[in-house]
Design a protein around this ligand. Sequence first.
Ligand code: GTP
Ligand code: MG
Length: 328
Amino acid sequence: MSVDSQVDTQDADLQLIDALARGELRIAARLITRIESGDSSVASILSKLHARGGNTTVLGVTGPPGAGKSTLVDRLLQQFRHRGQRVAVLAVDPSSPFSGGAILGDRIRMNQHSADEGVFIRSMAARGRLGGLAVAAGDALQVLDAMGWDLIVVETVGVGQSEIDILRHAHTVVIVQTPASGDAVQSVKAGLLEVGDIFVVNKADTAGADRMQSNLREATAFRADPHDPACWLPPVLKTQATYGSGIDAVIEAIDAHTHHRLTHPARWAQRLRAQMRVLLLEQLIDLQRRRTVEDPAHQQRFERALDEVLARRCDPHTAARKLLDASE
Ligand SMILES: Nc1nc2c(ncn2[C@@H]2O[C@H](COP(=O)(O)OP(=O)(O)OP(=O)(O)O)[C@@H](O)[C@H]2O)c(=O)[nH]1
Ligand SMILES: [Mg+2]
């Protein structure tokens, strides 16, 4: 790239960043679309955004399909707006690598906020990305972070690892379950019991809500540390999101968790470091994966290695090591 075109790119990046800071939704939407499609030219913008980022609180909401996450987020949104907070919502749709189709249709339900300038709702999939859903969502969060929202909410279905990885961007994680989820320990996906800051049993109007609540309390009891009176024990709350009941308690729990985070900075720094460590690892994997797929020279080497593996002349582990060495 010539010096002139480098300067042009720098200027264009800075203009985009200024537009984001002014809260221009169209610019944000377009950038997120580029991120979704795996456009690597956004990297220079993202790197500039990172230096200024980390200022917006991110609330992660996850749970099994149909648990009522969007209905709950919608109710929470009403309360946040009532308090005058400006909120962006990122609904991360897992898309099948085979059909490329997004599963969810939340856009319609949350539409009552569409005329409200203090709310931005965006669904995203990562169809153009090989497995990099968590990375793409993390990049989209950086864009939203640069816009000065008071709060960003990320809704993701807790089914796959990459959806759970997205929660590593969150300051507070809400895990939504329902009475139908059955036995708590088995139904809460491995790992979620550790990462949840607040547990919600939604659809409390249906049978078995109390049992689910006490199961979850038991399952999360290991988080209490008798030697650490200041540790955060996740509350387990009941809601009926469609009727708006129990929402105030969820808001109170979110506020309490924020207060806990701000009053225990050393603990939070530790968690942030652990989260950032995983994110950096993810980026590393994503970069290697994309290199392999996008760079023709790498692609050729990859196909040759694949031949060797198929012919059983080389095992996949050794082949991967050799590819890694060759890509240095
Ligand atoms: N009975 C009952 N139904 C509810 C409650 N909350 C949500 N629902 C219903 O559950 C269905 C799924 O709600 P969503 O909010 O779309 O659930 P979701 O978890 O966002 O779903 P996905 O994003 O598709 O995974 C809808 O028909 C809601 O009306 C509740 O408290 N009680
Ligand atoms: Mg939803």
